[in-house]
Design a protein around this ligand. Structure first.
Ligand SMILES: NC(=O)c1ccc[n+]([C@@H]2O[C@H](COP(=O)([O-])OP(=O)(O)OC[C@H]3O[C@@H](n4cnc5c(N)ncnc54)[C@H](OP(=O)(O)O)[C@@H]3O)[C@@H](O)[C@H]2O)c1
Length: 277
C-alpha cells in the first residue's frame, strides 16, 4: 500500500485528506492519505524519517512550508521562487524533493474558469503579500504578465515582494487600491479577508472595468462578499476552490502514479464539507 500525508501544526483543518481520499477511492488505488500533526521543532526529524515511516511523500501546510523547502535535498523552480514548499516526494535516488504547487493550482483554475483572462494584457491588481500572494506573483509572471500592482495593508511586505519579483511588480499603498483598479483586467484577493469569521475585504469596485475578471483565493465561503459584489456589477468571477483542488494534482500523481482529474463530483464533495465546517 502506498501512503502519503499532510504535515501541519495544527493539521486538523486541512482539506487535503478529503481531496486525496476521494481520488484514491475513485481510481481504486490501494493507498492511504493521513494527517500528521508535527510540532515545528520536530519537523526536521519527521522529514528525516519520512521514507522510513513508509510515506511516498507529503503535503506540507502551515507553519512548515518554508522549513520544508530548507530541509529538502532538491527543490524545483517554483518552490525556490516562492520560497516555500507544499509538496514533497522522493526521487529515484531517494532524495527528498520539494515543489510548490499553489502557483500551478492558481493558474490552472484561472484558465479553467476564465480562459481569456489575459487576452487584453491589462495590468493585474493583487491584494495581499503573504505566502499565497507570492505563489500568485510567480504564476502571473510565468504567464508573461508585464504589469502587476501589489497592495498590502503592511506596505513593507509588498515592497519586499516587488523587489524579489522585479520591475513588473509595483507596490502601491493600501489606500490607493480602489483608484488603481481603473484599467485593470484582473483583480485578485490574496488576503485572508472575506473568509468565514474574518472581516470582508473593504474595496470599492467602481473604477474596475466591467470586463475585468475578479478572482478570490478564499474558498470558505465559496462566494465571498468580493465575488458577490463583482458578479452583481457584471464582472466575471473565479472562486478559490479550484486552486485548492488543482494544487493537489501534482502530488497525487507523484505518490500514487495516476494523474487525477478535478471533476464536478470532487468539487461537490469538497463543497459539502465546507458547508459542514
Ligand atoms: N485557494 C487556495 O488554494 C488557497 C491557497 C493558499 C491560501 N489560501 C487562502 O489565502 C489567504 C491568504 O493566505 P496566506 O497563506 O497568504 O496568508 P498569510 O501569509 O498569513 O497572509 C495574509 C495576508 O492577508 C492580509 N491581511 C490579513 N488581515 C488583514 C486585514 N484585516 N486587512 C488587510 N489585510 C489583511 C495580510 O496583510 P499584512 O501583511 O498587512 O498582515 C497578508 O497580506 C488565506 O485565507 C488562505 O486560506 C487559499
Amino acid at each position: 500500500m502506498r501512503r502519503a500525508c499532510v504535515i501541519g501544526w495544527p493539521v486538523e483543518h486541512s482539506r487535503s485528506p478529503l481531496i486525496h481520499r476521494f481520488w484514491l477511492k475513485q481510481y481504486g488505488i490501494d493507498g492511504a492519505y493521513e494527517k500528521e500533526a508535527v510540532r515545528p521543532e520536530a519537523l526536521a526529524r519527521f522529514l528525516g524519517s519520512l521514507g522510513a515511516q513508509g510515506f511516498a511523500g507529503a503535503n506540507v501546510t502551515l507553519p512548515h512550508k518554508e522549513a520544508a523547502l530548507r530541509l529538502a535535498a532538491v527543490a524545483d523552480e517554483a518552490a525556490r521562487s516562492i520560497g516555500a514548499a507544499n509538496t514533497l516526494w522522493f526521487d529515484q535516488a531517494g532524495r527528498l524533493c520539494a515543489s510548490n504547487t499553489d502557483a500551478y493550482g492558481f493558474i490552472t483554475n484561472l484558465y479553467e474558469q476564465a480562459p481569456s483572462w489575459n487576452d487584453a494584457r491589462w495590468p493585474v491588481m493583487v491584494l495581499g503579500a503573504g505566502g499565497a500572494a507570492r505563489a500568485i506573483l510567480h504564476a502571473l509572471l510565468a504567464e508573461g504578465v508585464t504589469r502587476i500592482f501589489l497592495a498590502n495593508r503592511t506596505r513593507d511586505r509588498a515592497e519586499a515582494l516587488a523587489q524579489t519579483f522585479g520591475p513588473a511588480v509595483e507596490a502601491i499603498d493600501w489606500q490607493d487600491r480602489n483608484r488603481a483598479l481603473s484599467g485593470c483586467g484582473l483583480l485578485i484577493n490574496a488576503t485572508s479577508l472575506g473568509m468565514t469569521g474574518k472581516d470582508p475585504l473593504d474595496i470599492d469596485l467602481a473604477a474596475l472595468p466591467k470586463d475585468a475578471v475578479v478572482a478570490d483565493i478564499v474558498y470558505s465561503p465559496l462566494e465571498t462578499p468580493l465575488l458577490a459584489a463583482a458578479r452583481a456589477r457584471g464582472n466575471r468571477v473565479v472562486d478559490g476552490l479550484g486552486m485548492l483542488l488543482h494544487q493537489a494534482v501534482p502530488g497525487f500523481e507523484r505518490w500514487f502514479g495516476v494523474r487525477p482529474e478535478v471533476t464536478a463530483a470532487l468539487r461537490t464533495h469538497v463543497v459539502a464539507s465546507l458547508g459542514a465546517a
